[in-house]
Design a protein around this ligand. Sequence first.
Ligand code: SF4
Length: 349
Amino acid sequence: MGFSRRNFLKGAAATGSALLLARRGQASISARDWQPAYRQLEERGLLRERVEEIIEQYGNCQLCPHRCGVDRNRRERGRCDAGSRVRVYSHTPHFGEELPLVGRRGSGTIFFSHCNLRCVFCQNWPIAHEGRGRLVSDRDLADMMLDLQRRGCHNINLVTPTHVLPNIVSALRIAARRGLRLPLCYNTSGYERVEMIRLLDGIIDIYLPDLKFMDGEQASRYAMEGAVDYPRQAKESIIEMHRQVGELITDEQGIALRGLMIRHLVMPNRVAGSREFVEWVAENLTPDTYVNIMPQWRVEHRAFEYEEIARGIHSQEFLEAMDWAREAGLRNFDERSLAAERVHRRQAG
Ligand code: SF4
């Protein structure tokens, strides 16, 4: 299939690029010698057949763990409520993402409408739950990718891509032939089928999954009813993502080129299972896996209807998550997690 981290680094070394260690555990490589995974797959003549395999999914949709089996080409709708044409809310440089994605010129985010998870606390609920956005063709989507590249963005950041993957890969092939050469970032809730993630081997450069819940009952209550398998599906998929792209690799400026970055939002009353999260990462991935432990919980959308989560988090709830992460041996934290930790520690006195 695609390229392992070892092969990627060997390839980069062969082209004469210097491999540096920018931060502890974070490899850095010269951007001059780098090219995205999908371009390498295209050069080997393998992208087309992979794209065709993914597009076939719309005839009997099994793209995500819901496995609705609907024919989206015939306008049948599954649990995500998406059709066979992609709906996009916006495409724009975004400066609120992790710093290795944002750099100086922003992460080129494309926000897709609809979602296959739809949490009760969703911060983007008009887009994810109500499907706000406009229908576009795959060619339009390719134009958006190229526009973000022209505007100087450091990557193409696909926000909530799972349920429209066929459109994305079809557009990607068009854009690649017209000169797209930015890293492709797969920004997902984590509710993925590992079989689909395997099809992305050699296409995606940066995986940015959430790992929201470690307990299936909590996932079923606060994400989508019936998503009791969320922890298992997300963990299996993240292990596969890590196998494909490994730890984060940046260029000399600290801009992400390739690798896995995991997000985990701390929730009130330990609902998210933060201790289990950090222990799982340490035991199943590596201590240098990039983790973003996020303190920015807000009572959004319908979260106020659930007593357990209808409040902000206390400083102590965020700080204990950071403590558990260090006890587990993790050591590659997002800069904003570290900055928030300093603030909360000062406030906690
Ligand atoms: S992507 Fe949508 S239609 Fe397809 S299996 Fe998932 S929820 Fe069902």
